[in-house]
Design a protein around this ligand. Structure first.
Ligand code: NAD
Ligand code: MG
Length: 299
């Protein structure tokens, strides 16, 4: 964990040490608290400046990893936060909600399975009720399973990846949009994989490219309603996704070597991009993808 805040100047390559993870496995979706080392969500470091004062945000996959770091950052910037996660992730969610409440903001946990369209609609309704409205939506929940051969990639897994990463994004956004007043922001989550698909992540990488594309179309459609739509595309970041089937053992062991910095990112380093895109500072930014990936060059 770093305790220097995100404004600390210095060499970005050395901002965090290499993770050098021991090879480890958990069933999906994985508990962050059981990882070695535990990812850094900015608990000791994120310093808010009131950039989201009074905003009401729903963050999917907000129990852990990037979504967890976003929830903590948003709360420290003054937002009330509802997080969605799978029921088996309750303990990770409790950790994030404790951080949100410690920042003096409302923190609401909404366990659900977003592969079900009805659950997505209920999720939005519950968030709106609990927060008294909604003006920021972060679609961040994701599924990633590495499979070497196309012939071993079963139809159900391919479909489940798209349901989680793309269809749920569509269902949740569609249900949320009527609640979003002008000035609201939607931030979606793509990946470096959208541009550089790993050969063993066909469904995942294609789903991330779809999110980029969907967001850019929607940004144009929603501009007339005063709603901005943007994307964060993280690069290799140390999270539960990796230890629950997201990468092969070889890639996990070499996880730090997958980017220009030669170290994995921490969720705490991805969260500020979401803060920027959610805040009114980004008023002239819509339909954009902000790549946060340790110096990898993307189109
Ligand atoms: P993570 O495992 O900490 O978070 C993913 C979350 O998705 C889980 O915590 C879970 O709550 C949620 N989720 C998955 N399936 C769900 C379902 N059916 N219903 C409800 N919630 C569900 O891992 P992360 O890396 O922080 O992932 C967050 C996002 O970042 C994902 O969209 C992922 O694709 C993206 N991303 C991650 C990396 C990386 O290297 N970690 C790189 C690029 C993009
Ligand atoms: Mg989780």
């Amino acid at each position: 964990m770093s305790d220097a805040d995100q404004f600390e100047p210095g060499d970005p390559v050395k901002r965090y040490p290499r993770v050098e993870p021991p090879v480890q496995h958990q069933p999906e979706p994985g508990l962050q608290s059981r990882m070695t080392p535990v990812p850094d969500l900015g608990e000791e470091s994120y310093r808010g400046l009131g950039r989201l004062t009074g905003r009401r945000a729903l963050i999917t996959g907000g129990d852990s990893g990037i979504g967890g770091a976003v929830a903590i950052a948003f709360a420290r910037e003054g937002a009330d936060v509802a997080i969605a996660y799978l029921p088996e992730e309750e303990s990770d969610a409790a950790h994030v909600l404790e951080q949100v409440r410690a920042a003096g903001r409302t923190g609401v946990g909404l366990p659900c399975d977003i592969t079900d369209p009805g659950a997505c609609r209920r999720l939005v309704a519950d968030a709106v009720e609990a927060l008294g409205g909604l003006d920021v939506l972060v679609n961040n929940a994701g599924k990633q399973l590495a499979v070497d051969d196309l012939e071993d990639l079963d139809d159900e897994q391919f479909e489940a990846t798209f349901r989680t990463n793309v269809f749920a994004n569509f269902w949740i956004t569609k249900a949320a949009v009527r609640h979003l007043p002008p000035g609201s922001a939607i931030v979606n989550t793509a990946s470096l994989e959208a541009y550089q698909p790993a050969p063993d992540r066909l469904g995942y990488a294609a789903s991330k490219a779809a999110i980029n594309n969907l967001s850019k179309g929607l940004a144009q459609q929603l501009a007339g309603r005063g709603i901005r739509v943007n994307v964060v595309a993280p690069g290799p970041t140390w999270t539960a996704l990796q230890v629950s089937g997201g990468v092969s053992d070889e890639q996990m062991a070499a996880f730090d070597d997958e980017n220009t910095y030669k170290r994995a990112g921490q969720p705490a380093e991805i969260a500020p991009a979401y803060v920027f895109l959610a805040s009114a500072e980004a008023s002239f930014v819509s339909g954009e993808t902000l790549n946060v990936n340790g110096g990898m060059v993307t189109p």
